[in-house]
Design a binder for this molecule. Structure first.
Ligand code: ATP
Length: 312
């Protein structure tokens, strides 16, 4: 899969801060890529460089196959961008704000422009606010308008800097549905501190800390690939049953937590789902009283990587 975004040795030094310290990142085409990292890790700086808004101190980056040094209008019109603090004309209406974006990056008949504005208003749930002035919108509605500005015109790549910040749970859920719905049409690179949401929609993850990438790859391998841990409580000859189970190739370490309660690491979750209960239950009169998977989620893994308390 080609990298829609690629960087090599990307560095950014502000006067006293080494914001990026040599990033080699790759965002695969067609992915929803979650860009994670504590406050000050360098996410916004990276996105601003990719958009050509600031220049890197060193290194190279390409977006949609174009070197950012020569990132002309042709490429810009294929990228939808939501900055961290989007600015609007406060006295413009919501509809005019979107019309303005279409006029800037696309040409087309008046009716084509109007239908693209209407479609975007529906997409971001602002249909009933179309004629309201931006200054009269709530914070969450303004955020949605920012997302509308980014998605209008059907770009090939969306770069969103914290699209869900400031949204209520319903708004967050709408943003997730929106991202999922857009996945078929475009690559999405977005930063967020809401790890549950990222786990729900992203299929690729990049974690940044202090200006360096500490992990990047598919979500599935990030979450441990096929590995998982199960907790079981057994009745009967539990030690013999566990001993027998331990001979299966997909079973890793086993630990007794307390009499009859065990923890079992597996390397192949699919095999475990299929066979674990059946094998323990079938062993010489043993009965399974309790079985649950203790799968670590994105937040657990992220906190191990960057350290609890390093983020908000
Ligand atoms: P957050 O999650 O808080 O939005 P971030 O990961 O987006 O953080 P950046 O905004 O890219 O982080 O900031 C990276 C580092 O660069 C921080 O230490 C920040 O203080 C510093 N920085 C950002 N912009 C500037 C600037 N214009 N001048 C000086 N330092 C800056």
């Amino acid at each position: 899969m080609a990298g829609v975004i690629e960087t090599r040795g990307l560095r950014k030094r502000y006067r006293r801060v080494d914001a990026l310290r040599g990033l080699d990142l790759e965002v695969p085409e067609g992915s929803i890529c979650g860009f994670l990292g504590p406050n000050g890790a360098g996410k916004t700086t990276t996105m601003r460089i990719l958009m050509g808004l600031i220049r890197p101190s060193e290194g190279w980056a390409s977006v949609l196959g174009d070197d950012i040094e020569g990132n002309g209008l042709a490429t810009r019109s294929r990228i939808g961008y939501l900055p961290q603090d989007p600015s609007f004309f406060p006295r413009a209406t919501v509809r005019n704000t979107l019309r303005f974006v279409v006029h800037r990056y696309a040409s087309g008949s008046r009716s084509a422009i109007e239908s693209s504005v209407d479609e975007t208003l529906d997409l971001v749930g602002l249909g009933d606010r179309a004629d309201r002035k931006v200054k009269a919108l709530s914070g969450g509605e303004r955020r949605r308008l920012g997302i509308g500005q980014a998605v209008i015109g059907d770009p090939d790549l969306l770069i969103l800097d914290e699209p869900s910040v400031g949204l209520d749970p319903e708004g967050r859920s709408q943003v997730l549905d929106l991202l999922e719905g857009l996945k078929e049409r475009m690559t999405i690179f977005y930063s967020s501190h809401i790890l549950d949401d990222v786990e729900r929609v992203a299929d690729h993850v990049i974690v940044l800390d202090h200006g360096e990438i500490i992990e990047q790859g598919p979500m599935a391998s990030f979450l441990g690939g096929g590995a998982a841990t199960y907790r079981v409580v057994l009745d009967g000859d539990d030690a013999a049953a566990i001993d027998s189970l331990g001979r299966e190739p997909w079973v890793g370490a086993t630990r007794m937590l307390e009499p009859r309660a065990w923890e079992i690491d597996v390397t192949d979750r699919e095999a475990a789902e299929h066979d674990l209960l059946r094998m323990l239950h079938g062993y010489d009169g043993t009965r399974v009283m309790e079985l649950r998977s203790e799968q670590r989620d994105l937040e657990d893994i992220y906190l191990d990587l960057v350290g609890a308390g390093d983020d908000e």
